[in-house]
Design a protein. Structure first.
Length: 307
C-alpha cells in the first residue's frame, strides 16, 4: 500500500485488505473505541521525529471498515507517527458526520484556543505514551500540566505502557486530575498466570482507583498462541481471553474495546478485523456485558450528551 512519497518501515505489515464478515452481531450503536488514521502522507505528512513510517490508512478506509464490521461510531486515537500534528485525526473527525470522537497528542505549548478548537472538532482526550520504542521521553511535570489544562474541558487521559513499568508509573497515573484510560489492559504478559503478581497489580490499580478505565483490546499484540481458530470456531487468541474476561466481568462499567485498525507496528501477522470482532463474545459473555463494553461505556465517555 502506498505511503505517498514516504518509505515504509521495513518489515511493516499492511492492514488486512479484505476482512471477513463477523459472525457476532454487534449491538446497535456499538463503538470501535480505539483505531487510527495514517496520513495519507501526501496530504498529512508523517512527523520528522517519528520512530516508524506506516502505510497510508485513510479516513475513507476506516469508515468503510466501520460499516463492514457493523460499528456505528469510532474513537480515533492520534498515531505516534504523526507526533503532535493532529490534522489527519481532526480531518477524519470533521468528515465523520458526528460519528467519531478523537484522542489527541498535545505539547505544553498548545494554546487555549487550540484546545478549544480540538474540542469543537470532537477531541475528548489526550494520549500519554510511555513505550520508549515508539516515542521520546516527555517530562512528567509537562504531562501533569497538560492534564490539568484539559480537565476543565471534561477530557480524559489515555496512557500506553508495558506491564513491567506499572510500579514506577503508579504514582503518576493516580495523581492525574482526570479519568484515565489504560490502553490494551496495560499489556500483560499472558504467559504468566492470571493470578500472578503482574496482572494482580493492574487489577489492584483498577480496584483502588475508580477513575481508571481500561481497553480490553489488541489480543493480536498480546497473544503467544496466535490467531488460528480451532475446530472451525472463530476463537483466536485464546490465551488472552482469561485476562480480558476477568476485567470485563469485574469492572463492567470501566471497560472499552477497539479494533486498533490499522494495527501499527505488527510484523508477525496482520489480524483479520472480522475475527477480532468475533473475539468479543468470548470476553463479554452476556448481552448486558456486551452492551456495556461496546455502547454504554464509550458513549458515557465520548458522547455524554447522548448517553
Amino acid at each position: 500500500m502506498s505511503t505517498e512519497g514516504f518509505s515504509k518501515t521495513p518489515g511493516w505489515l499492511d492492514w488486512y485488505a479484505n476482512p471477513s464478515k463477523p459472525h457476532f452481531t454487534l449491538p446497535q450503536g456499538a463503538v470501535d473505541a480505539h483505531c487510527h488514521v495514517f496520513g495519507p502522507g501526501a496530504q498529512f505528512p508523517y512527523a520528522p521525529q517519528r520512530k516508524y513510517t506506516p502505510c497510508d490508512a485513510s479516513k475513507q478506509q476506516l469508515f468503510a471498515l466501520r460499516d463492514h464490521l457493523g460499528f456505528a461510531r469510532n474513537v480515533i486515537v492520534q498515531a505516534t507517527c504523526h507526533g503532535a500534528d493532529n490534522r489527519a485525526m481532526v480531518d477524519a473527525l470533521l468528515h465523520s458526520g458526528g460519528r467519531a470522537r478523537g484522542v489527541a497528542t498535545v505539547r505544553r505549548e498548545v494554546s487555549e484556543q487550540q484546545l478549544h478548537e480540538l474540542h469543537a472538532a470532537g477531541v475528548r482526550g489526550v494520549r500519554f505514551n510511555f513505550l520508549k520504542r515508539l516515542v521520546d521521553f516527555t517530562p512528567r511535570d509537562e504531562l501533569l500540566e497538560i492534564a490539568a489544562r484539559i480537565a476543565p474541558l471534561g477530557w480524559h487521559v489515555v496512557v500506553y505502557f508495558e506491564a513491567v513499568d506499572l510500579p514506577e508509573l503508579w504514582d503518576f497515573f493516580t495523581a492525574l486530575p482526570t479519568d484515565v484510560v489504560v490502553d490494551h489492559m496495560g499489556r500483560p504478559d499472558v504467559r504468566q498466570p492470571l493470578e500472578g503478581p503482574q496482572f494482580a497489580l493492574f487489577v489492584r490499580l483498577l480496584s483502588e482507583h475508580p477513575r481508571i478505565w481500561t481497553k480490553v483490546s489488541c489480543p493480536e499484540r498480546l497473544s503467544v498462541s496466535g490467531p488460528p481458530a480451532l475446530n472451525g470456531e472463530r476463537a483466536a487468541y485464546r490465551d488472552v481471553v482469561p485476562f480480558a474476561r476477568y476485567l470485563v466481568e469485574h469492572f463492567p462499567d470501566r471497560v472499552l474495546w477497539g479494533t486498533d485498525w490499522p494495527h501499527p507496528n505488527l510484523k508477525d501477522h496482520m489480524p483479520d478485523d472480522g475475527l477480532l470482532v468475533d473475539f468479543i463474545p468470548h470476553i463479554a459473555r452476556t448481552v448486558e456485558l456486551q452492551r456495556k463494553l461496546l455502547v454504554d461505556n464509550p458513549m458515557r465517555l465520548y458522547w455524554p450528551e447522548e448517553a
